[in-house]
Design a protein around this ligand. Sequence first.
Ligand code: XMP
Length: 326
Amino acid sequence: MLDNVRPADMQRIETPVQAKEFIDQQVALIREQVGDGRVLLALSGGVDSSVVAALLIKAIGQQLTCVHVNHGLLRKGEPEQVIRVFRDQMNANLIYVDATDRFLDKLANVSDPEQKRKIIGKEFIDVFAEEAAKLNGIRFLAQGTIYPDILESGPVKSHHNVGGLPPELNFELVEPIRLLFKDEVRVVGKALGLPEGMVERQPFPGPGLGVRCVGAITRDRLNAVRESDAILREEFANAGLQGKVWQYFTIVPDFKSTGVRDGQRSYEWPCVLRAVNTRDAMTATIEPIPYDLLARITDRITHEVPGVNRVLYDITPKPVGTIEWE
Ligand code: XMP
């Protein structure tokens, strides 16, 4: 049984030296727990699962199998980055499953946000369990649980954490970062040599772009969310805002308005920009984006993203609005 209480005298991990100490300690503990057993990890490419993957690769190398499920709702370039970093650079045992069609087929015509979340959560577990069933001799399941996950077990979390582990995934857990806070996980990630873009990633919801493609998801509108999000991230990075704004993304709602393109009347979607700051995601304030940056983003999105003819900037704090639109 793993200890789930952070000792009062546990030192905070703030420096590379402290991170290295933590890594050495965890590598020894993982080896002790796992022995010559095999470990499975669902690797989303988010900060927590990436740090756990890097720690386990250091501790047990090829005894770890990572499964990266692409549900078709990831941001532009994410699956490619996971493959590049873990398979190509860290030589991890990585199974990549492109389940895009399967997810999008199940989500077709489903517009209720909670229903969408349930489908995505269930399908994710199913795909992962199917991959696990193909492997022999797995005894352990590694997870990127962090300390706030243990502390927060209120209604918000249960709403966000879609589904628990089904019986076929009832392995012994390996949770090396369960006593760490997010900022400490990032320090450890850097010390493990993970790229800056991965370690400093903004929070990304489990259902991914699916809750930003408001209403029933279609491939063309999902593409508009993905492409506009990539432009927003690129422009924020160029403006030095990456890592300074807590969360920023685009939303493409399921309605159209008129416009003019190449002298012709157009009838296309709007794209909403959202950029918020928060400590705990329970309340949030709005990042005042400089006007020239807003203008540049608007110009790029309306010219580069097929199907979008307007850009709107959402200045609603939480409360009253939530951070996501669904
Ligand atoms: P809201 O929209 O409730 O979001 O203000 C608060 C934070 O939670 C994230 N979020 C989710 N994360 N699964 C997740 O893992 C979800 O279903 C989900 N819904 C919202 C959101 O991105 C924000 O950071």
